[in-house]
Design a protein around this ligand. Structure first.
Ligand SMILES: [Cu+2]
Length: 129
């Protein structure tokens, strides 16, 4: 008889606690999803021509001007720009355009000659035409 009582007690504990655990798990899940959605972002790397540290500043700040850009880093050695952005607010083509508008050729978009020509002498990178 004793064992039967213990078993009944155990079953009641499980029955009472299951909904509590479920609620806790659901709550945790939805908070996680919300936080995750908030930081939804995309990172991409593409080629951008350029020469020096000044080019780096110009390229990075041209891209960062847009609020949808979370971070932008141009590598002087590899000539690659790595951008992290909010894909709901900007797309990769627009980011290429921002770089080209500043006078720098990208993998996809060439800068206009007049903008390129107005770059400081040290920044006049060799164009791949
Ligand atoms: Cu430069």
């Amino acid at each position: 008889m004793k064992t039967r009582k213990i078993i009944i007690a155990l079953i009641s504990v499980v029955l009472i606690c299951t909904p509590v655990f479920k609620t806790l798990a659901q709550h945790h899940g939805s908070t996680y999803e919300k936080e995750h959605a908030k930081v939804e972002k995309k990172t991409e790397t593409f080629g951008v021509s350029g020469n020096c540290g000044m080019c780096k500043k110009t390229i990075e700040s041209a891209v960062k001007k847009d609020k949808a850009i979370i971070s932008a880093k141009w590598n002087e050695t590899t000539k690659k720009l790595t951008v992290t952005y909010d894909p709901e607010k900007i797309n990769i083509d627009k980011i290429h355009q921002l770089v080209a508008n500043a006078g720098y050729d990208t993998d996809k978009i060439e800068a206009k000659d007049e903008v390129y020509n107005s770059l400081p002498g040290c920044c006049k990178y060799e164009r791949q035409k």
